[in-house]
Design a binder for this molecule. Structure first.
Ligand SMILES: *Cc1c(COP(=O)(O)O)cnc(C)c1O
Length: 641
């Protein structure tokens, strides 16, 4: 008896793969599937898009000795995203007759890597795109990176006297460096440092709005949010600044409702509420010129274009139009000049720009081996019952058969534990059990209504694909907050993916896996993948990982930073490998947790030397061991081939 394997359809195509993985939904057209069945990355070029296959890039990485896993950065996409944000605001302003400007700032915390920030500053210069700093360290990055004095530097977060002094001094160099007040005590500090240095500050205030947003970051908004000033404190700021003769420095109003805001209506509501404050503050005599909406511009990670937390129900263009119109309508009623609109979009600027690439090392399948035609004699009654129930499975008794299979399996396990059946018979019955589950799963689609218990069957039977990466290091949000990222094979897409799988990482931690996948029809607990072929690598990509993932990553099981490569795609679709960064070596990660790799080597050497003295190993053995140890220290923390 054998369960027929699912036959791959002959008429499978690259297009079908594209639909299956929903790539057109989440890729914003930066990624696609070629006719040859490979994922391509496409960047806008003068004469249409320039497209390159990711497999071609993987070849290039290999030739350069960069092993998997690799974090691949697509430099052009950084530029493209900055252009889209700035151009969309310009167009929205032009079409609605807005009399003001847009000034974007990139929040450094979203991706602090120096090449990323440097590229944003370099390309953003033409748009006066600035940087947002949430700490002293980030302010130092901003001051060293921004070359354009029209670009803003926005300082959020708690600021000590040193932070404030540095920001004030940068004013002398012509930097437009704003302090956004998060607390009243900061105001005292700003006034005091400003007097001491005799430099006038640029001041903004962070509002605590009562508009609440949906999604994971909803706690950033509302009365209990951790940040920003309430109305009482706002009035105190005005009075204090007026008294200190600094009210003219109060030029910016800031709010931040949280990241990844799925619903455009919340964004509009937040803007309208902030405009009310803007109008009142202007009435109070504050010469406001900037309205800073913070971050929140969301990414459609699951491609559903909906208000669920992994998605959003608006495009960048709609965001810009809604924001511009809401501000314009509110302020026009009061004849107040249109402010410069500032946004601190981080996720929307960089999420698309990085892909985690890794290979599959191994697969565990939950498939029965070939069953015998008849049961051996003698055979325990319970095994005969299980055998019988397998034979009788039909569409009409799926739930009952499922219950029986589990009942008999458990009985047989008990019999094994009590010594009443032997190992061979236990193996036989586990295989009959798996065959029963497979048969039930295969018949489920014919059922009108699938019982809840059987819905999880596909997950129970899913293959485990072991990927050469660490969730904790490279996709921390997937573990920490259940973030869904698009995952798919980057080649073999002309073949039908006939397996259903979850993906485990290298950490041997039960949380080290991916088992929530976005599909065009909703979230799924398994991902269709291809059977791996002996002697051939199988590569997967996790997409949209350019925001927040790199610095939140940790050293769980001492898997360190991955190799990183930045590529630039030229208009003729040729490639420049602009940066290569070797990931952490084992010696690197050991030193992060306070080991001294040289001392470890010495200790191991002494152990080996003692073994030579005791005639347990030869000197040649010792040399070989020491060479392996020292090579290991220099090696990559991931699986090397
Ligand atoms: C995190 C943060 C941002 C970035 O938000 P995104 O949703 O990534 O655009 C902007 N401003 C502030 C104050 C933040 O804390």
């Amino acid at each position: 008896m054998n369960i027929p394997a699912q036959q791959p359809e002959n008429n499978w195509s690259a297009r079908k793969s594209a639909e299956l993985y929903g790539i057109d939904e989440w890729s914003s057209n930066y990624f696609g599937v070629s006719d040859a069945g490979e994922v391509t990355v496409c960047v806008p070029a003068a004469n249409g898009d320039a497209c390159v296959s990711l497999m071609h890039i993987v070849d290039g990485l290999q030739q350069r000795g960069l092993q998997m896993p690799v974090l691949l950065r697509l430099e052009n996409l950084v530029d493209t995203r900055i252009s889209i944000l700035n151009d969309s605001f310009s167009q929205a302003m032009e079409s609605s007759g807005y009399r003001g400007q847009y000034r974007g700032v990139f929040p450094i915390k979203v991706n602090q890597q120096s090449h990323v920030v440097a590229e944003i500053a370099r390309f953003g210069e033409r748009y006066n795109h600035g940087l947002e700093a949430g700490s002293k360290a980030e302010l130092m990055i901003a001051l060293a990176t921004i070359t354009n004095r029209e670009s803003l530097i926005i300082c959020n977060g708690y600021k000590d006297a040193e932070f404030i002094s540095l920001g004030l001094q940068s004013r002398k160099l012509g930097f437009k460096c704003f302090f956004v007040l998060e607390t009243l005590s900061e105001l005292q500090s700003v006034i005091e440092r400003s007097r001491a240095l005799d430099i006038e500050p640029l001041i903004g205030v962070r509002l605590k709005l009562s508009t609440k947003v949906e999604g994971h970051w909803s706690a950033d908004s509302g009365d209990r949010s951790l940040f920003g000033l309430n109305t009482n404190e706002l009035v105190t700021v005005i009075d204090t600044l007026r008294e200190a003769n600094l009210l003219h420095c109060f030029q910016l109003l800031h709010f931040h409702l949280g990241s990844q805001i799925p619903n455009i209506r919340s964004i509009r509501a937040g803007v309208l509420e902030a405009c009310r404050y803007y109008i009142e503050l202007v009435g109070e005599g504050a010469p406001l010129q900037y309205l800073d909406l913070g971050g929140g511009l969301a990414i459609d990670y699951d491609g559903t274009c909906s208000t669920n937390g992994h998605s959003r129900n608006y495009s960048v263009q709609e965001y810009c139009i809604d924001v511009v119109e809401a501000i314009q309508e509110s302020l026009d009623k009061h004849h107040i000049p249109h402010p410069t609109i500032v946004t601190e979009s981080g996720r929307a600027t960089v999420a698309h720009t990085a892909i985690l690439l890794f290979n599959i090392l191994d697969v565990t399948q939950f498939e029965p081996t070939t069953l015998p035609d008849i049961l051996p004699h003698p055979c325990h009654e319970m095994i005969q019952n299980l055998w019988q129930s397998l034979a009788e499975i039909s569409v009409n008794n799926l739930q009952e058969s499922y219950n029986d299979a589990i009942y008999y399996r458990d009985k047989i396990r008990d019999l094994f534990n009590s010594g009443d059946i032997n190992l061979r018979h236990r193996v036989l019955s586990e295989n009959i059990y798996l065959a029963a589950l497979q048969k039930i799963a295969a018949l489920l689609p014919e059922m009108k209504r699938v019982p809840a218990e059987l819905e999880t069957l596909s997950q129970l039977l899913a293959d485990i694909y072991y990927g050469n990466f660490s969730v904790f290091q490279s996709l921390p949000d997937s573990w920490a907050i259940g973030q869904v990222f698009p995952v798919m094979p980057i080649h073999r897409l002309t073949e039908e993916p006939t397996r259903q799988a979850i993906i485990a990482d290298l950490t041997c931690d039960c949380d080290g896996k991916l088992q929530k996948f976005a599909t065009p029809t909703g979230e799924s607990s398994t991902l269709p993948l291809h059977p791996i072929k002996a002697g051939e690598e199988y590569y997967l990509g996790v997409f949209l990982v350019g925001a927040y993932q790199e610095t939140l990553g940790d050293l769980h099981n001492l898997f360190g930073d991955t190799n990183v490569a930045s590529v630039r795609i030229n208009a003729d679709a040729s490639l420049d490998f602009v940066h290569e960064l070797q990931g952490d070596s084992i010696a690197d990660v050991l030193s992060y947790v306070e080991y001294d790799p040289a001392a470890l080597y010495q200790q191991f050497r002494e152990t080996a030397e003692q073994a030579v003295r005791d005639s347990i190993i030869s000197v040649a053995d010792r040399q070989q061991m020491l060479a392996a140890y020292s090579e290991g220290l220099r090696g990559y923390t991931y699986f090397e081939k």
